[in-house]
Design a protein around this ligand. Sequence first.
Ligand code: IPM
Ligand code: MG
Length: 360
Amino acid sequence: MDAVIAILPGDGIGPEVAAAGRQVLEAVAEQYGHCFTLTQHAIGGAAIDAFGDPLPAGTEAACIAADAVLLGAVGGPKWSDPNAKVRPEQGLLRLRAALGVYANLRPVKPHPQMVDAAPLKAERLAGVDLMFVRELTGGSYFGRKGRDAEGAFDECRYSEAEVERVTEVAAKIARQRQGRITQVDKANVLETSRLWRSTVSKHLAAKHPDINLQHQLVDSMAMHLLTQPASFDVILTENLFGDILTDEAAVLAGSIGLLPSASVGGERGGLYEPIHGSAPDIAGTGMANPYGTIASVAMLLRHGLDLSAEADTVEWAIDQCLSAGVGTCDVFGGKGVSTQQATAAVLAVLAGAARQRVAA
Ligand code: IPM
Ligand code: MG
């Protein structure tokens, strides 16, 4: 197939992990006979430095026109002045809005090899297989915000339509899994949460009555995620709660550096990025974990380009590397290898698989 993929390296370790993603895309194209046109564009702090804008018009237009977008990470201390007029993160938020990607999928499934790396007891991790569906273009992230004489405010607003469309995404995913959705909110306090609760219930009852729906308050969910993570299937929640809970859930996977995400729902193939940040403390050291980005490439192939065999192979290649104990030091401590070595290991597994397909 022919596809245009826009790559946005961003800041900190973003360029290092994006380079790993690019190499995997190139290998997949060659091994499966696809023609991927990979373009590269500035976003975040790097774009503020070069263009004075965290989402330059050229980047936005290229992403809207692309079949799918792969992003590294944005942000860093250089642009973190609380009085700054523009921030790197605004580039990412504006891009999510421009692409209309209202559903953010974040799978969390600890690899058996990772059980030792995770701070939780092994028996708690057995059987953990979660899919977070985080609403991505609404809530306090996008509400009116500002300052007045007394202080500051961030308005949290949700329409029924916004809740319904992301619920539909969650329902379709739940159908292919265990058929269970846990909807997380703070309905004992927030009016938006009460709207979420009633809208999700109504929508599922009307369209997906066979899906098992539970509601859970976000504070107790924060605890249950660590005490009984294996009891959940699909977790559906609003933008801010999803941001917080998915970082917490990364603890279950052993390292946040392993986790991918897909942002979908727009007209085109969507936006794919590791869930970790720009990690300025390790930028340039060659220590960044490329697997979260490579797993995001797998999600891009599956959800963005409908290439599920290719996606499966990339995910399998990461699994093989982890099983063989090959990965960066966030997962393997002193035995960890560099970003490039870990990427090379994935590429070697992919090349081996390609040779086997030819031989078969
Ligand atoms: C994430 C990140 C972003 C978010 C930041 C960088 C704006 O934390 O993707 O989880 O809060 O959505
Ligand atoms: Mg986050």
